[in-house]
Design a binder for this molecule. Structure first.
Ligand code: BGC
Ligand code: BGC
Length: 735
């Protein structure tokens, strides 16, 4: 439809109809067995209001979507179709590793492929919009939602944000297999105080602009259709009612022109947060801030008309919001075809097809991070007895908290993956202990979570027996999927107690332990690392998890994942991130000097730093070579290293490039990631890796809050992770 026609349509709509477009009804309005991803709210609305609604969320059955849409188009006075939205996060039916794991691939193009597959499956299933990517910067592993982010680094997150948006949306939203993408949660939801879910965010303006906003900006620059507001406060003002944040920053500075949706019930929560007296005032605050769609409450539907009648709001504000929503519907081609790509035959053919599984297997293998390896991996296919012990040995739910459509029966468990990889080995499989602690009650998005195949106390003895008999023990340990995700904050980052006990008992009787950790967050793995010969962080790897792990264990695929989030030494270190600042008294290792920045009871260093990860070979680095040591604003400078595979296996190295601004008008981070390259090398093979440095990489918010660079010396670090000391120095001169 041409824009003129859209405007004509808008002008022809009644106020009630317009307000209807700004309402997103939860799925319980349309189906009995609804999935609610937030608290059920009282609506108190009648049929006319339901018929005016502009969108809904979390309806998945394509047959039901078809019926609802048919009905909606008939009943909406101008036959305006509904938008069907849902959280397609790490996959629709084919489940990929969780986003944090995808971050560890250091391959945005691979995340783009995962998003493409998700969009293809979801659009055939009748969906139009996904609430993804979540690009909140995360530095505190206590917060359960770190699993939904691609990690702690602004540069890496920005690359992933753009790639994922492009993957979902394709070239044109009308194209077959494209869905609209909604970036979330705006803004700074990733920094809740003390890692506690929904908690307030206290953040400097400088950090907001420099660290937290770039990934949203990258998604918007990539053409994202929608932005979701966040639940948190920012500078004591809830984001959803924050006019400065939504108008000045999002609309004016960042230049976003698409649809803004509140998070679930976030407009109504302005009352509980204490900035709105009642729903009327909440509606006013959100509308003035520029929130177009009210997700899952009746605040807009019950109050906008009155606010206009009272003259507090004017109808043009409503018109602008409605036009943005109609524009999105038009971009998706819904006025011509309200079902878009919905096709039951294609839906069945695409879901979990071999081609999609292949991408899931690669993404899973590339996302896992080998944290320790004392010459025990890769496993050799020879006659040996392997004991596979732990609650994740046969567990089928390997999806993480956000896979509303993933079915356990479609997963390759670790046991199946190992059996498929090496059928001749004797595999003793024992669960040992339960995943959930005794008497623990845990609620997921679909109610109370129960243990699959619970064991009794004797199972521990069986596990010890198996460990005694085996040549090698593989311990499959971790958190339950719902120990992370929304509402999954934790104060203790160690594995559940009974699993630590299992680990202790098993590792005492067998010294050849390989630990595989399934989790949605970095954990405190100290005890596990000490007692294991090898540790593999498997995250929640998705449908092909077991195959992917077996690929790595047997060396069919070289481990290449690198940590996108720091693994702390203990919970007491969080929040922790590699791009921190020097104090005036940085710790130099001299414990006799009391007056230095350090802890008395734990080291300053994390257990595993950002960018860290092992493979089955070793690489050497030459010194960093610079094409010159002075540059000005117009120049570029090339930094290079020669990387050589000095081990016996082929392997992939992720060569990482960091910069440090040594002196500026404000304190600058000790280093920041500015580039990386993955290089595949055979034994004895080497490659020269180059990074170009230009002045725009050196910019930051200076003393006057101008985004600019300042003259001075910079250090270039190029190496295997964020702790590399392989460095060179250059000067920036501005004239
Ligand atoms: C979450 C969002 C999600 C929304 C809709 C909220 O509770 O915070 O991330 O997209 O529900 O399911
Ligand atoms: C302390 C101050 C103290 C000063 C003089 C500094 O190290 O931080 O509190 O007054 O020394 O002793």
């Amino acid at each position: 439809m041409e824009r003129m026609k859209l405007i004509e349509l808008l002008n022809d709509m009644s106020l009630e109809e317009k307000i209807g477009q700004l309402v997103q009804l939860s799925s319980n309005f349309y189906e009995d067995e609804a999935v609610l991803t937030g608290p059920a709210m009282e609506f108190g609305i009648g049929e006319a209001e339901i018929n005016h609604a502009g969108s809904t969320l979390s309806i998945f059955d394509p047959k039901i979507i078809k019926q609802i849409q048919e009905n909606a188009v008939k009943k909406q006075p101008h036959n305006i179709p509904l938008l069907f939205m849902a959280d397609i996060i790490n996959g629709y039916k084919t489940i990929f590793p969780i986003p944090l794991a995808q971050g560890c691939t250091f391959q945005p193009e691979l995340a783009k492929k995962c998003a493409e597959v998700s969009a293809k499956e979801a659009s055939a299933g009748g969906l139009h919009v996904t609430f993804s990517p979540m690009v909140d910067l995360v530095r505190d592993a206590r917060w359960g939602r770190v699993m939904e982010s691609t990690g702690e680094d602004k540069y890496l997150n920005s690359l992933f944000a753009a790639a994922i948006v492009q993957g979902y949306q394709g070239k044109d939203l009308k194209d077959k297999g494209s869905i609209a993408s909604c970036v979330k949660h705006f803004a700074a939801y990733g920094a809740p105080t003390a890692g506690k879910e929904y908690n307030n965010v206290e953040l400097s303006l400088r950090s907001l602009k420099e660290d937290y906003l770039p990934a949203y900006q990258a998604a918007i620059d990539a053409g994202v259709s929608m932005v979701m507001t966040s639940f948190n406060t920012l500078d004591r003002i809830p984001a959803t009612g924050n006019k400065w944040l939504m108008q000045d920053v999002l609309r004016k500075q960042i230049g976003f022109e698409g649809v803004v949706i509140s998070d679930w019930a976030a407009i109504e929560e302005l009352i509980t947060q204490g900035v709105a007296q009642d729903k009327e005032e909440a509606a006013q605050l959100a509308m003035v801030a520029g929130v177009d769609i009210d997700m899952a409450t009746n605040v807009y539907i019950k109050n906008l008309k009155r606010l206009i009648e009272k003259g507090i709001l004017n109808e043009t504000q409503i018109d602008e919001a409605v036009l943005r929503i109609l524009t999105l519907k038009n971009e998706l081609g819904l006025f011509e075809n309200p079902y878009k790509d919905l096709d039951i035959e294609e839906y069945s053919r695409y879901n979990l097809c071999p081609e999609h599984r292949k991408i899931a297997r690669k993404a899973a293998a590339d996302s896992m991070v080998l944290l320790k390896n004392d010459a025990i991996l890769p496993l050799k296919k020879k006659e040996q007895c392997i004991a596979l012990i732990g609650p994740y040995a046969e567990e089928m739910h390997l999806y993480g908290a956000w896979s509303l459509l993933g079915e356990d029966s479609n997963t390759i468990s670790l046991k199946s993956g190992m059996e498929l990889a090496d059928a001749d080995n004797e595999l003793l499989c024992v669960k040992g202990v339960n995943l959930l602690s005794e008497k623990e009650t845990l609620y997921g998005f679909k109610g109370l979570v129960s243990e699959s195949n619970p064991v009794t106390k004797d199972a521990m003895k069986e596990a010890i027996k198996a460990a005694q008999k085996a040549d090698i023990v593989i311990l499959a340990l971790g958190e339950h999927a719902y120990h992370s995700g929304e509402g999954g904050s934790k104060a203790d980052l160690r594995l559940p107690k009974q699993q630590r006990e299992l680990f202790k008992a098993v590792s005492q009787v067998n010294k050849n332990c390989i630990s595989i950790i399934f989790s949605g967050r970095p954990m405190d793995l100290r005890e596990i690392a000490e007692g294991s010969k090898s540790v593999l962080q498997a995250w929640f790897p998705g449908s092909e998890g077991g195959n992917a792990i077996a690929d790595l264990l047997y060396g069919i695929v070289s481990p290449s994942g690198r940590l996108a989030m720091t693994f702390p030494y203990s919970t007491g270190q969080v929040p922790i991130h590699y791009d921190h600042f020097n104090t005036g008294r940085p710790f130099n290792g001299d414990h006799k000097n009391r007056f230095q920045s350090k802890y008395l009871d734990i080291p300053n260093e994390p257990l595993y730093p950002f960018g860290y990860g092992l493979g089955y070979t070793k690489f050497s680095y030459s010194e960093v070579k610079l094409s010159k040591t002075n540059m000005n604003k117009q120049d570029t400078l090339t930094a290079s290293v020669v990387v050589k595979n000095i081990g016996e296996h082929e392997g992939i190295e992720t060569v990482q490039f960091y910069l440090q601004d040594q002196k500026a008008s404000v304190v600058r981070p000790v280093r920041e990631l500015k580039g990386f390259q993955r290089v595949f090398l055979q034994p004895a093979e080497s490659a020269e890796i180059k990074f170009e440095i230009s002045e725009d990489m050196l910019r930051f918010y200076n003393y006057n809050m101008d985004y600019t660079s300042e003259e001075g010396t910079f250090l270039v670090f190029i190496g295997e992770n964020s702790t590399t000391m392989n460095q060179a120095e250059f000067k920036l001169q501005l004239c």
